[in-house]
Design a protein around this ligand. Structure first.
Ligand code: FES
Ligand SMILES: [Fe+2]
Length: 356
């Protein structure tokens, strides 16, 4: 049995996560069932489904590896298991526009609501078909133009989504378009939680991101704890009306950084939205995906000392250094700065809560 992880709710007394959390293979395995299976994962924006009815994907590729398929029927968008109920061949491999799904192995077909349709060679089979021969339905959540799916949802993310709606009534969600050229994916040598906890504090900004530190006001950087989430607010030099709500009219908000437990980040900027998805691969390898959605003709800034890519590479460098240190026999756990590390403490508390 892996050691039980606890985090003192009083940040002034608390110690950080023990290094065992990042090193113990059993804890990593437990996080699959206890943290990622109940989580909501960002799948796609609906515009990507405009020319397709059937969109297969893998839920947390290389980690949970569950083959699923989104079926877009126009008025409703649903998700199903992409595994044939006969002998488990994948039903579909490519996004496509069809009226029935046909398993390529022995020709079983399914309707676009996931129900069994036909199967050759089964004429004399008794008690067949039953419900079990339909494709398993998977819970989805559509918010704005984004689709999330969960294998067994028990981590409620609506408090975070509601907070975004309340705080960003002027943000032009309708004008966002996916910007493939400014989207990217990296594989880094670090535990996924080290990446998230670095994201959850602005404490390191003056030390690690000298370019970004010139653009944002480190003195007014703010962290707010939400249910299953964290919001960080950075102020800059200009007023950006789409980032303001009536209650913060005179704040010069530069970026709103929302994190959704355990691994999704929604970052709102003057030019649009950057969605970051942090996907575990092993306990020392993580895939970091950045999806860029820009407002109409605007585009992510590509010049200067504070581009997303530059800041990202600076972050990856520190996180990979922490990965080396976390394995040291001389490091067990540390303490939190109550001024700067509330978000990290909240994250660690959630991890401890969801692990068995
Ligand atoms: S596995 Fe699909 S029809 Fe046999
Ligand atoms: Fe950073």
């Amino acid at each position: 049995m892996p050691p039980k992880i606890t985090i003192n709710p009083n940040i002034a007394q608390a110690e950080t996560l023990p290094s065992d959390f990042y090193l113990n293979e059993n804890i990593f395995k437990e996080s699959k069932e206890n943290i990622f299976t109940p989580s909501w994962q960002f799948i796609t924006d609906v515009h990507r489904l405009d020319n397709t009815k059937v969109f297969p994907f893998t839920f947390l590729k290389g980690f949970i590896d569950e083959p699923l398929v989104i079926i877009n029927k126009g008025e409703n968008i649903n998700c199903y298991s992409n595994v044939c109920t006969h002998r488990s061949h994948l039903v579909t491999n490519e996004p496509c526009k069809v009226n029935k799904l046909r398993c390529p192995y022995h020709g079983r077909t399914y309707n676009l609501d996931g129900t069994f349709n036909s199967t050759p060679g089964f004429e004399n089979v008794e008690n067949f078909p039953t419900e079990k021969d339909n494709l398993q339905s998977i819970p989805t959540l559509q918010w704005k133009q984004f689709i999330f799916a969960s294998l067994n949802p028990s981590i409620d993310i609506t408090p975070v989504l509601n907070d975004i709606e309340m705080r960003l009534p002027n943000f032009p969600f309708d004008e966002l378009t996916y910007d493939e050229n400014n989207s990217a994916s990296w594989e880094i040598d670090a535990h996924w939680a080290l990446y998230c906890e670095n994201y959850l504090e602005g404490f390191h900004v003056p030390f690690v991101h000298q370019g970004l530190a010139k653009d944002i006001d480190v003195g007014t950087y703010e962290t707010q704890l939400l249910e299953n989430g964290v919001l960080q607010i950075a102020e800059g030099e200009k007023e950006i009306p789409i980032l303001n709500d009536p209650k913060t009219l005179n704040r010069k908000i530069y970026g709103l950084y929302y994190w959704i437990f355990p691994n999704i980040m929604l970052n709102f900027y003057s030019w649009g939205l950057s969605v970051n998805i942090i996907e575990p691969i092993s306990k020392e390898k993580t895939r970091v995906r950045f999806l860029s959605f820009s407002i109409n003709s605007m585009s992510q800034p590509q010049e200067g000392d504070a581009t997303l890519e530059r800041v990202e590479l600076e972050d990856q460098s520190v996180v990979q250094s922490v990965q080396k240190g976390i394995k040291s026999r001389y490091y067990k756990r540390g303490r939190y700065s109550p001024t700067h590390e509330k978000g990290v403490h909240h994250f660690h508390g959630l991890l401890a809560k969801y692990l068995p």
